[in-house]
Design a protein around this ligand. Structure first.
Ligand code: N01
Length: 517
């Protein structure tokens, strides 16, 4: 769909429904706002529960927080940044990038901070969504909604017996307490995932002692992080094509890794071999190597990228504990063999409450349908973006949109292009409802679930990608190129388009299944 700079600019009025309500001012919400505006859709507001933009990169400020995807690829193609300081950036620099986009594209005035959305209700008679907020905020109506609340936005403490009994300091990786001084303290870290491997080297340098409680070791690959020198930055600034070429090179490099990470192929053995060589080169003690060797296929859980995790584990003040945690006591952690380990503080790098089943917020769609109920066994959508029964509603990072091998931002950008085109269609044609067809959604999901069967994620390990029943509602089983291509165009034939003046009795004559696409 073409850009619509010619569309008459609609301005927000308090009493008039918004054209678009965006939930969340993280990477996805800000990106959606930018592209909507660039396409001439200006009557939108972003509702953000916090007082700052940035989402996961505002929340994850633990020491060592960084992205394990190169910054040139972990950024939007429509907002290139020649000034990334390193190959991989820290969370502060990424947050700065998001804030600079807000300023550069003039998104700030459209953000309503401290607006926590508590519910979305669709009115089929008017084709409007109503957004409810926590106490004290007036409800808002909108013709369309973009749910950009993020999959990793709810930090969760693990359900370990006795967690409330522990009397020391408890810190979750995504809610770091910067006032707490770890100097000279006895500290535990629970978890050895992507957050933990970044936190542990920093803590080991500061605390008196660190015990790392590992339930499952992950595959760790080396990380080559280089400073971007002034000449390169100047080149990117003066000849933007060079930066695009660098981004493309990173994209295709990651894309090729899919063959060993998404599917279990001979290349998976190569990935495992590289990780084992990395382990062997950094850990000399065979027993420790054994404790750190995964027993699942590389890719099944998220790959870890670190050069300083293994060295940190071997420092004199660090100890790896592989006994399962039985419970927390008032003074520390009791492991299954009966030992109580006492700590001043426990860091939980245990991940997030990820919405794989149920809805991220209560959403009531057409005919009173409740998304949380329909998704109770696992979430599904059409191309991860639209859901039948929930017209004019679009998801970012929706079901089965996660990459295991490439940048989430590439996927997110494709979603944003798609949903902003769909919203443009809704507004241009003055539709009451734009709703994905059930048959198209079912066929899409049947294909996705079939293809997932042969991926590494479904090969038998437990991870946040799967529900408790083993349903994979998280990952996209394919190359990034395929994911992006399927979202390149809004095919009208995939949707039911209901004109504004169509019969309004709920359930009656819900428009025409247009087959033009
Ligand atoms: O969380 P995780 P995370 N008792 O779920 C363990 C993104 N991210 O915050 O493997 C004991 O990966 C759990 O053990 P096990 C990225 O997408 C990105 O580290 O379940 N241990 C595991 O070791 C990532 O995937 C970057 O057996 C318990 C750990 O806690 C996602 O965020 C950086 C436990 C949780 O690992 C989440 O990463 C950081 C219990 N009861 C994060 N419960 C980038 O660089 C859980 N664990 C882009």
């Amino acid at each position: 769909m073409s850009e619509r700079s010619e569309r008459p600019v609609r301005t927000a009025a308090a009493s008039k429904p918004l054209d678009v309500a965006i939930i969340g001012a993280g990477f996805a919400g800000i990106g959606a706002a930018i592209r909507l505006r660039q396409k001439g859709i200006t009557d939108f507001a972003i509702f953000e529960r916090d007082t700052r933009v940035g989402g996961t990169w505002r929340d994850n400020t633990y020491p060592g927080a960084a992205c394990d995807i190169p910054s040139r690829l972990y950024s939007y193609a429509f907002a290139p940044n020649p000034d990334w300081s390193h190959t991989y950036s820290g969370s502060g620099e990424i947050l700065g990038y998001i804030e600079s986009m807000v300023a550069e594209f003039g998104i700030g005035p459209s953000i309503r901070f401290e607006h926590t959305v508590t519910g979305l209700d669709f009115d089929e008679m008017t084709g409007l969504w109503e957004l409810s907020f926590t106490k004290g905020r007036r409800k808002v109506k909108a013709r369309s909604v973009v749910v950009a609340s993020g999959p990793l936005s709810n930090a969760s403490l693990p359900n370990i017996p006795g967690i409330d009994d522990y009397e020391g300091h408890k810190i979750h990786s995504a809610r770091w307490d910067h006032d707490y001084d770890f100097t000279g303290k006895k500290v535990a870290v629970v978890g050895t995932g992507a957050s933990a491997v970044q936190i542990i080297p920093e803590l080991v340098d500061k605390a008196a002692s660190v015990k790392v409680f590992q339930r499952t070791p992950g595959w760790v690959l080396p990380r080559v992080n280089r400073r971007t020198n002034a000449v390169t930055r100047q080149l990117y600034r003066q000849a933007p094509i060079t930066q695009k070429l660098a981004r493309d090179a990173w994209f295709w490099g990651h894309e090729s890794v899919a063959l060993g990470v998404v599917w279990n192929t001979p290349l998976t053995r190569v990935v495992e071999r590289v990780a084992l060589l990395h382990l062997r080169s950094q850990v000399s003690d065979p027993w420790m190597r054994r404790q750190l060797t995964p027993d699942f296929r590389a890719g099944c859980k998220r790959l870890l990228i670190s050069n300083d995790y293994y060295p940190a584990l071997q420092k004199d003040n660090c100890k790896l504990v592989t006994w399962p945690i039985a419970q927390l006591s008032p003074r520390g952690i009791r492991t299954a063999e009966g030992i109580e380990h006492q700590f001043d503080a426990i860091v939980f790098a245990t991940g997030f409450d990820i919405s794989k089943a149920g809805a991220p917020i209560p959403i009531t769609g057409r005919d009173g349908r409740v998304l949380g109920d329909e998704w109770s066994r696992g979430a599904y959508a059409f191309k991860s973006v639209a859901v039948e029964g929930y017209p004019n509603l679009f998801l970012t990072f929706g079901p089965n949109s996660g990459p295991g091998h490439n940048s989430a931002l590439v996927y997110m950008e494709a979603q944003i292009e798609y949903l902003s085109d769909a919203i443009g269609l809704l507004l241009d044609r003055d539709l009451r409802m734009l709703e994905v067809r059930r048959d198209r959604q079912d066929a899409y999901n049947a294909r996705i679930q079939r293809r997932l069967e042969s991926t590494t994620w479904n090969s038998g390990c437990s991870s946040w990608y799967l529900t408790e029943d083993g349903f994979n509602a998280t990952m996209y089983p394919g190359f990034g190129t395929q994911y992006v291509r399927q979202l390149a165009r809004v095919e009208l034939g995939d949707y039911v388009l209901t004109p504004r003046d169509a019969a309004r009795a709920p359930g009656a004559d819900r428009g025409i299944a247009v087959s033009l696409g």
